[in-house]
Design a protein around this ligand. Structure first.
Ligand code: DX5
Ligand code: ZN
Length: 217
């Protein structure tokens, strides 16, 4: 079953605790946390104290997407917050393999993300052997509510082929502009984890369940 990762960037920040509660009975979801440092991307979101509080208020797996220039700092400083998946950007490091190794010491799942203009082939087979998840950005990282980039399908297919031939457990996650119009095609191309922010949150809590199901169907 496709995992859906609601991006809390689009939730009601003044009521995060009740927002978390609205999802507590849903199956196969992760909470996607967009951590931005105003340097790797031109936006600043939330950091250590907020993530620590969130981790104490929910049993849903936390999926942290670090859009930061120095991921190593964050590997160390987020390690006590029960984050399930730690994703950093390929573009933010010159030595992805050593960062993956370090992250694996603290996090059950480690992902690497590529921006829309980054060549898929920069994710070498050696990297694919070590990661649990590839995050394909379908918008420029930095902001919610942007339009989906159509070129994403070919990138998903590229990784799906490698998954089928040699990395069967690889999670293929897509993030940015995901909604019910493109989710079916994304899943068909090979994505098995969809991040969605504005689509899920924009009409309020009474629609969360239906929104999540609509992304899977
Ligand atoms: C963008 C973030 C996304 C964002 C998605 O940089 O990585 O996770 O919250 O938001 P929507 O679904 O609104 O495009
Ligand atoms: Zn994200």
């Amino acid at each position: 079953m496709t995992t859906i990762s609601p991006s809390l960037l689009a939730c009601d920040f003044l009521n995060i605790e009740s927002e978390l509660g609205h999802f507590s009975n849903f199956k196969n979801i992760w909470f996607h946390l967009d951590i931005m440092d105003s340097h790797f991307v031109p936006n600043l979101t939330f950091g250590h104290p907020i993530v620590e509080k969130i981790s104490k208020k929910t049993k849903i797996k936390l999926d942290a997407h670090f859009m930061v220039s120095n991921p190593e700092f964050f590997i160390n400083t987020f390690k006590d917050f029960e984050i399930h998946n730690f994703t950093f950007h390929l573009e933010a490091t010159t030595d992805p393999l050593s960062l993956i190794k370090k992250a694996k010491e603290y996090y059950p799942s480690v992902g690497i993300s590529i921006k829309p203009n980054t060549e898929c082939s920069l994710i070498t087979d050696e990297i694919l052997r070590e990661i649990d998840l590839i995050l394909i950005m379908s918008v420029e990282p930095g902001f919610g509510g942007q339009s989906f980039i159509e070129d994403t399908y070919s990138k998903i297919k590229y990784f799906k082929k490698l998954k089928d031939s040699s990395h069967p457990n690889l999670v293929i996650q897509v993030d940015g502009g995901v909604n019910k119009e493109n989710s079916h095609k994304l899943i068909k191309a090979g994505a098995n984890n969809l991040v969605a922010g504005s689509y899920i949150f924009k009409d309020g809590p009474s629609s969360y369940s239906a929104k999540i199901e609509s992304l899977r169907s």
